[in-house]
Design a protein around this ligand. Structure first.
Ligand code: SAH
Ligand code: SF4
Ligand code: F3S
Length: 459
């Protein structure tokens, strides 16, 4: 009995600390990991200094992402020197990419667990506590963690991410994700709708449905109903008109008219689509294996604007992919002009070992040239973003309040349907986190819109 009590006290006292890098899916996975660990006697700690277990959920998308993680590991290793009992675990995409090699490279790491192995964490931790280095990097064709209720970490209580699928079956030649996340599989729609309803009941007012390619979501229900992404969106939107629904990411080749129609039918599905184009040159798009052309992409953008003139559209762009010429680069700049993205995430190409591009094509654009092109792309996009924000001045936006503005407790911060950040004075209006406010936009600074609430139009 005494032994048991001690063991219980021991395990009750165990603390884990988790840090996440990379895309929203990694952050969502960390919430699944937290749930699994909570169920096994661990409590979350907000600092690594007093933790028994430090986990780092990693990203491999670009070399720089991996470098950032290596320097964090270096700091954790120092903590381990002063606390030899501390266990260090590497999770996520870098764990999957490097597998046990990571144990050789980073000698003080005790655990290496890939994105589909989190259910085995308690077992692996126990083995590591016994002095064994533990690795589980098996990828699965079925795992979706559908039955696990994520424990929300660093949450504002308003916005939550909900994974609807895992993996990716596309083979964009530059991309490491299919190798680190495995085959695409969709999560049970019933469990998704249940999770979103529970979030709503807990006070959350916005869910973002996550997947590398949400438009290829497909799930067969027990009664043999074939649930598409458009149907899933509609079900989630039906939970409550007060629950905002977003989704990410859409692949231009897969987003359907059905999905666009569902968005137009539901006021609470945000008029916002992240539609990564990657390049404006057909030759480069083909080498990237994106399976669409510039013309096809621009037609999609036109169709979105035809159905939803006020839809926010953002993109991802890669500068300096293998063999990219100045002419190809100019085509990317002209596509950005034509598409008029509200915002873009822009990167220079970083070769990832094992990808199709790394095996087939020479990474032959010199680094300085990649950076010059990226710089031009960023300048071009910034001008368009500023123009897009200036156009909003004078309009009225429905804003979901997420909390205090970063700069002042006197101001609220939230986002409008188009995903733009809006800041406005609290004044004496009875509004709070999770409420909707109608805000007149008065000015724009950088990426932020500044406005004033219209009291009589509350909601
Ligand atoms: N599934 C999403 C993208 C996931 S990765 C999609 O298909 O759109 C996010 C972004 O990182 C990509 O859109 C791409 O622009 C960028 N990216 C991916 N691999 C990269 C690489 N090797 N070098 C530079 N950027 C890369
Ligand atoms: Fe990578 Fe392409 Fe899949 Fe996106 S769709 S995760 S870029 S392979
Ligand atoms: Fe990075 Fe893996 Fe996401 S490589 S972008 S964390 S899927």
């Amino acid at each position: 009995m005494e032994v048991l009590t001690t063991k219980l006290q021991d395990s009750a006292a165990k603390k884990f600390y988790i840090e996440s890098y990379g895309c929203a899916m990694n952050f969502a996975d960390s919430e699944i990991v937290a749930s699994i660990l909570n169920g096994n006697g661990f409590t979350a700690s907000t600092t690594y200094a007093d933790a028994d277990l430090v986990l780092i959920n990693t990203c491999s998308i670009r070399e720089k992402a991996e470098q950032t993680i290596r320097s964090r590991l270096h700091i954790f290793r120092q903590a381990k020197r002063s606390n030899p009992g501390l266990l260090i675990g590497v999770l996520g995409c870098m764990a999957e990419r490097l597998k046990s090699k990571l144990l050789e490279e980073e000698r003080l790491v005790d655990l290496v667990v890939g994105p589909d192995g989190y259910r085995t964490l308690p077992m692996l931790i126990e083995a590591a506590e016994g002095g064994q280095k533990s690795v589980n990097v098996l990828l699965s064709r079925e795992e979706t963690y559908a039955d696990i209720s994520p424990v929300r970490l660093n949450s504002n209580g308003v916005n939550a991410f909900v994974s609807i699928m895992r993996g990716c079956n596309n083979m964009c030649s530059f991309c490491v994700v299919p190798f680190t996340r495995g085959r695409e599989r969709s999560r049970d729609a019933v469990s998704i709708v249940k999770e979103c309803s529970e979030l709503f009941d807990q006070g959350y007012r916005e869910v973002t449905l996550l997947g590398q390619n949400v438009d290829s979501y497909h799930w067969y229900s027990a009664d043999e109903q074939d649930i598409s992404f458009a149907m899933l969106l509609e079900q989630v939107a039906g939970i409550s008109p007060e629950l905002r629904v977003r989704f990410s990411t859409s692949h231009p080749k897969d987003i359907t008219d059905d999905v666009l129609q569902v968005i137009t039918r539901h006021e609470n599905i945000c008029n916002y689509i992240h539609l990564p184009v990657q390049s404006g040159s057909n030759r480069v798009l083909q080498l990237m294996n994106r399976t669409y052309t510039r013309e096809w992409y621009l037609a999609k953008v036109r169709r979105i604007r035809e159905l939803m003139p006020d839809c926010g559209i953002t993109s991802d762009i890669i500068a300096g992919f293998c063999t990219e010429t100045e002419t190809d680069h100019q085509e990317t700049l002209s596509l950005i002009q034509e598409a008029q993205f509200d915002m873009s995430y822009m990167y220079f190409y970083s070769e990832r070992p094992g990808t199709l591009a790394a095996r087939r094509y020479a990474d032959d654009v010199p680094e300085a040239e990649k950076k010059r092109r990226l710089d031009e792309i960023v300048k071009c996009q910034n001008k368009i973003s500023q123009f897009s924000n200036r156009k909003d001045i004078g309009s009225i936006s429905k804003v979901l309040i997420e909390g205090d503005s970063k700069k002042s407790e006197q101001d609220w911060m939230g986002r409008n349907s188009q995903n733009k950040v809006v800041v406005f004075p609290k004044e004496n209006i009875a509004l709070g986190k999770g409420d909707y406010a109608m805000v007149r936009i008065l000015e724009s600074t950088g990426a932020t819109l500044i406005g004033q609430v219209i009291p009589e139009a509350k909601n």
